[in-house]
Design a protein around this ligand. Sequence first.
Ligand SMILES: *Cc1c(COP(=O)(O)O)cnc(C)c1O
Length: 393
Amino acid sequence: MTYQELKAEENKYVMNTYGRFPIALDHGEGATVWDVEGKKYIDLASGIGVNCMGYNNPKIIDAITEQAHKLMHVSNLFTTAPMVQVAKKLVEKTHLNGKVFFANSGAEANEGAIKLARKYSYDKYGEGRYKIVTLINSFHGRTVTTLKATGQDRFHNYFFPFTEGFDYAVANDFDSVRKKVDDMTCAVMMELIQGEGGVLPLDADFVKQFEALCREKDLLLIIDEVQTGIGRTGSLFCFQQYGIRPDVVTMAKGLGGGMPIGAVLAAESCSNVLTPGTHATTFGGTPIVCAAANAVLDTVGDGQFLAQVREKGEYLKNGILSLGSPDIHGVRGMGLMLGIIVDEGKHAAFANKLIEKGVLAITAGKNAVRLLPPLTISKEEMDEALHIMKEVF
Ligand SMILES: *Cc1c(COP(=O)(O)O)cnc(C)c1O
């Protein structure tokens, strides 16, 4: 089918919830994808930071294929090896001495973290200590609760009543955080680099002060690493570069290398809060998805691989800056999570133009063209993308 034919059927049968770019993708190899009409693109988006190992990666494909022949799914009423292995790798590589709960998406991972924080406080202090402070301009998901956790008013519409108990502080303004935290607060939740909000890294000092406040008041420090995690910023998790010890880390996007998985990693401080009957999901930790996650962690968890992510990030960032275009006002971010800053409101037009010329890029916030390429992207692919960017900017 051509794009036009597919689009006509999509319009007829699929809910109109996305403003999609006008191409239909067909297959990929490395960081390169082809659409149904055979046109080639360098993919600097990798889904939305999901395909961290690139397309047609033999490690992921072999892991999934092998597991498919054995077991694709059994319920959480039984133990399976792939799930235990993923949990062990996450715990060992983060040194948080924690335990993992498996979910299926980022929003679900955050829901799990919110439930965990409230129960931690309930168990220890009783009722009434349920408030969670998040940051303005954050993004935490699309469920009724995680929408409310998201610190952007435009998400708080239509679906009333939302879950109560969230309040929002100004990022990088510690006084604002202090004012929002009171006797009813049980946790704070934040992204270290606001992804959807515009690729905005938090200041290291602010994050350190935040951590100290959590220790002082026994608040759980929840770090949403759904976008920043799994090597994206050049360390397995971004918190490792900030030098903090979170109580809870949530993750999803890159963890399955394209398979849907989310996870809540709770540190020693709260790893036994959720008990039988308090939280569950049918699909979470299912073997075929965990087989992929094991392949991802074996690759991305390696120090050499992470060093390459940092080098590639520098290379791409410097390449973009050296285009010397007056359209580009800077590049924000860490590792291979980058935002090209353009005039406010012009980001979507640039992303469209890039796609038309053969580079997949997405947008973030008010003025960022967001790049989240596969972590395995080659120098040749980056050069090709930079060459096309030179035409667009
Ligand atoms: C994408 C994202 C989510 C939501 O993840 P889903 O898998 O879409 O539910 C939550 N938090 C952050 C920081 C994200 O980037």
